[in-house]
Design a protein around this ligand. Structure first.
Ligand code: 5GP
Length: 142
């Protein structure tokens, strides 16, 4: 699959669209999902332009999954009592809607209810509050 540099996450990476950024590293960006499935729903993306898991370099994927683990640990710490879903979709057939590789990190307390898409946009204050909460937890992770 070809990579379209006009996709929404590429535009966020270039600073053309706003996002509630939780953490930026040399190779990744973590920010809040604009239509969260739960409070604290974050997305971790590589800076490398790859549409899906099949097309990122191994080195890029290694760096990305290391950051996914770090954000998942922060999520667990920021939302105690929840589990953490780490979800990643490849292809529209699998439900992927933005074709820049991303991992969803979702604090989850609703057991096996896997209903996923179709939420409403959260308000800015809520996104900002939960970005802060994750940032604080990230600051405590080595
Ligand atoms: P996918 O279905 O591709 O796995 O997930 C794409 C995610 O991107 C969805 O959960 C959706 O809410 C989120 N999303 C779509 N547009 C934007 C946007 O402009 N900003 C942010 N922060 N998230 C977005």
């Amino acid at each position: 699959m070809s990579y379209d540099p006009a996709n929404i996450f590429a535009r966020i990476l270039r600073g053309e669209l706003p996002a509630h950024v939780v953490e930026e590293t040399e190779d990744t960006l973590t920010f809040m999902d604009i239509m969260p499935k739960a409070n604290g729903h974050a997305l971790v993306i590589p800076k490398e332009g790859a549409p899906n898991i099949f097309e990122i370099s191994d080195d890029g994927l290694h760096k990305l999954i290391t950051q996914v683990k770090r954000v998942a640990k922060a999520s667990q710490r920021a939302y105690p009592g929840n589990g953490v879903r780490v979800i990643q979709l490849n292809g529209s057939e699998a439900g992927q809607s933005v074709f820049h590789l991303h991992f969803h990190i979702i604090p989850s307390a609703d057991g096996m209810n896997f209903g996923f898409h179709g939420g409403a946009a959260a308000d800015e204050a809520s996104l900002s509050e939960h970005a802060q909460r994750l940032k604080q937890a990230l600051a405590t992770i080595d």
